[in-house]
Design a binder for this molecule. Structure first.
Ligand SMILES: [Zn+2]
Length: 433
């Protein structure tokens, strides 16, 4: 009896934090399980945000009375997700085009699935990038970066994307060097001819601008084998997207992953998911992952053909890998610090002190779920990630169940609640990135 009293008194003494130790934050996410792979954080922590930046990650943050505190216990707190393969060049009114109707507006799809940064994968080229930037990149609340297409006209469909004469190395490299803040790579995609020219020109432009190339290999043809692409043509750091596509020669007749894929990885070629509407098969992915051929990065290839089909959204794609057997920590790493590193933006995809406060608060649900691949095959699973809350640049931009809100009862004759210090969803809220 006496002993427990002493312990109690001691605990009281330790928790009596002096006033000077209480810091002022704009927002504190309290009691969540933080997974920040880059900083090797994996445990229950508070996350403090001040002036749009991560100000503290600690077991217990003593916050002053003016701090907005949100209890996120029982949830996972991760860096805002980084999706490096999307198509968001919407609004040009061009039919059947990824530089038009096949694209979506980013803010309508990102925050609701925990994504705070996307990279458009070649929907624009050197001749159309500035229009894309002005219409989308500069206006979106999502951080939008871009791989520009080696095709000057961008991803406008058949006749444009097959036009070798419009794959101008100098034009692409110069545009990338003109906008180093937003152009993070060169894309080549959808080419159907026998020539290596699109890949070679993309690599030349990427070398001149010192940025990676993302390859969608288009039609797989015997004149230019995929094996040669990843073992010879691509540079270390270049990204092969659509890694679990049907046409990738992945498994031999015995179902074993072909050794050249591991050799390509060893020489530094990056393998990215790029799920999309036609590029992810369980019969490729499951055996490959079981044998260790896992993704470097998870990306969606978000567009109108994938968003309502098997892909759905970033968290649905991440949940597939979780159910195939990749541990949660690794799935988060493949969706945060890894993709950020691939596009040479190591300041993104982590919760380091001083970094822009982009945070995802995720719920890992248990139940009976189904996942669908791009040929329409189903896989059962018992775990699913959903986004409870998303913070972008220190502001709550998605709050599924109103965790940050007070009950309406007791608010009196209330008008707009919230504060511009932490609320990015206030009607008419305008905030600068
Ligand atoms: Zn794509």
């Amino acid at each position: 009896m006496k002993k427990s009293y002493i312990v109690f008194a001691l605990a009281g003494l330790l928790s009596a934090v002096p006033l000077w130790a209480q810091e002022s934050y704009d927002l504190v996410l309290k009691g969540g399980h933080v997974i920040d792979p880059k900083n090797k954080v994996d445990g229950v922590m508070d996350v403090g945000i001040r002036d749009h930046k991560i100000a503290a990650v600690a077991p217990s943050i003593a916050a002053s009375a003016d701090t907005k505190i949100v209890n996120v216990s029982g949830l996972y707190v991760t860096p805002g997700l980084v999706d490096i393969h999307v198509h968001v060049n919407a609004g040009t009114a061009e039919r059947d085009s990824y530089a038009g109707d096949n694209s979506v507006y980013p803010d309508g799809f990102t925050f609701r699935s925990g994504v705070t940064t996307v990279a458009d994968a070649g929907s624009s080229g050197c001749k159309s990038f500035e229009d894309f930037k002005q219409r989308i990149i500069d206006r979106a609340h999502t951080r939008v970066l871009a791989f520009i297409n080696i095709v000057g006209a961008g991803m406008r469909g058949g006749k444009f994307e097959q036009n070798l004469a419009d794959m101008d190395v100098t034009c692409a490299a110069n545009e990338a060097r003109k906008f180093p803040d937003v152009i993070i790579g060169i894309k080549t995609a959808h080419y159907a001819g026998p020539e290596w020219t699109p890949v070679e020109h993309a690599v030349q432009a990427g070398t001149l601008a010192n940025i990676p190339v993302m390859v969608d290999f288009g039609e797989f043809r015997p004149e230019r084998p995929y094996e040669k692409l990843v073992t010879e043509k691509m540079r270390p750091g270049d990204i092969s997207t659509h890694m679990y596509l049907d046409y990738v020669p992945m498994l031999d007749d015995q179902g074993k992953v072909r050794p050249y894929l591991f050799e390509a990885r060893k020489r530094g070629v990056i393998f990215d998911v790029g799920h999309g509407g036609g590029s992810f098969l369980f019969r490729q992915a499951v055996p490959a992952i079981q044998q260790g051929f896992i993704p470097d990065s998870i990306s969606t290839d978000l567009h109108i053909g994938s968003m309502n089909a098997g892909m759905k959204d970033m968290l649905n794609v991440m949940s597939k890998f979780l159910n195939i057997g990749i541990p949660l920590q690794q799935v988060i790493e493949m969706s945060t610090s890894h993709p950020a590193h691939e596009i040479k933006r190591d300041e993104l995809g982590n919760l380091s002190i001083g970094s822009d406060a982009d945070v995802a608060v995720l719920r890992l649900e248990n139940g009976k779920y189904g996942f669908v691949d791009t040929y329409g095959a189903r896989m059962s699973g018992d775990e699913k990630l959903t986004a409870e809350m998303t913070v972008r640049h220190g502001l709550i931009v998605w709050d599924l169940n109103g965790l940050s809100r007070d009950d309406w009862k007791g608010q009196g004759k209330y008008h707009a609640l919230g504060s511009r210090k932490w609320d990015g969803t206030l009607s008419g809220a305008i905030w600068k990135r």
